[in-house]
Design a protein around this ligand. Structure first.
Ligand code: 8YV
Length: 317
């Protein structure tokens, strides 16, 4: 009999799904109408869970799976899993560190350029048939230059470093904040987030959200200032979204590029009409290349855990 696996989010790579189906009996919870009833029926047989970074798994669900041997997060953010709880249970929780670094960093820079250069607003201007009606150049406000912007990065992990490399290639002075100084990077460390924001033209969030809920609030946005841009490719909950909406509405910051939100898939309605905001639907790791690499890492973690080995990518065991 094939081991039984519970999958909480879809995987969009056919080759990964084929391998999953060949090796396991896969229960796709997201396809079930009555999920509680489904868990009551199948929970006792589940040996592995595959979930997304944003979805994670609740302690209550872990408790309903007595045969569980691994939670494989198809992502790098583990803020939606109680790691201490899993550790106490001796349960490996794995993540796909390294697989998505380049694509997430690419989108961070893409969102920053899109926002400061008004790429999305310009696209809408043409699609809405506005150019022939307003052919004079003054119909579109002048944009802001990205090259040379002072970029402040919050979180100098793998993704933060990849963003820094890219920003540096555009001639941007890079500084960062983190829980500690990183002695192996050439960028300026700023201990305090408010100071970093006040010294940056663009503040880019690339931090883990485990203990950093709401760190970007009205005070930090005011320090970033009316010429400053906020980019978030990490987690929505790093930002106080009400403060962000208000700062954008009042022109207290220049714009924002956002891939993540507090209550996905719900996006604050005020943002939808703002031309200085570029939006993405949590897509930073969503390329064929990265999702294939992530899926292979998930498959490895399942294989190792179900063979009784400690998964290489385990954070808890
Ligand atoms: C993914 C993420 O979109 O890595 C993460 O933590 O949030 C994203 O890369 C998600 O995990 C896909 O399932």
């Amino acid at each position: 009999m094939k081991p039984e696996v519970l999958q909480l989010n879809p995987i969009l790579i056919p080759s990964i799904n084929e391998k999953l189906n060949a090796r396991y009996l896969v229960h796709r919870l997201y396809e079930q109408r009555d999920r509680d009833a489904y868990i009551r029926e199948h929970g006792r047989n589940i040996q592995a869970v595959i979930t997304g970074g944003h979805t994670g798994i609740s302690n209550a669900l872990m408790d309903q799976l007595p045969a569980l041997k691994v939670v494989a997060v198809n992502g790098v953010g583990t803020d939606a899993v109680d790691l201490a709880y899993a550790r106490a249970r001796g349960l490996p929780v794995t993540a796909t560190f390294g697989a998505l670094t380049e694509d997430v960093a690419d989108l961070a820079i893409g969102l920053l350029i899109a926002t400061c250069r008004g790429v999305c607003a310009g696209d809408r201007f043409i699609r809405d048939g506005m150019w022939p009606r307003h052919p004079q150049p003054s119909a579109i406000p002048l944009a802001r230059r990205f090259s040379g912007m002072r970029v402040g990065i919050v979180g100098m992990g793998r993704v933060g470093r990849a963003i820094a490399t890219r920003a540096a290639a555009f001639g941007c002075p890079v500084s960062y904040t983190d829980l500690r100084v990183m002695t192996d990077v050439p960028y300026a460390f700023v201990a305090d987030l408010r100071t970093l924001a006040s010294q940056s033209d663009a503040l880019v969030l690339a931090a883990a959200a485990d203990q950093a809920q709401g760190i970007v609030n009205a005070d930090i946005l005011d320090a970033l200032g009316s010429q400053g841009f906020l980019i978030n490719i990490a987690r929505g909950k790093l930002v106080n979204e009400l403060d962000l909406v208000e700062a954008l509405r009042a022109g207290r910051i220049a714009g924002a590029g956002l891939d993540v939100f507090v209550d996905e898939p719900n996006v604050p309605v005020e943002l939808l009409s703002m031309d200085n905001v570029s939006l993405q639907a949590h897509r930073a790791s969503a390329t064929v290349e990265t999702r294939t690499a992530m899926g292979e890492m998930v498959l490895d973690s399942l294989e190792q855990a179900l063979a009784g080995l400690r998964p290489e990518a385990s954070l808890t065991t």
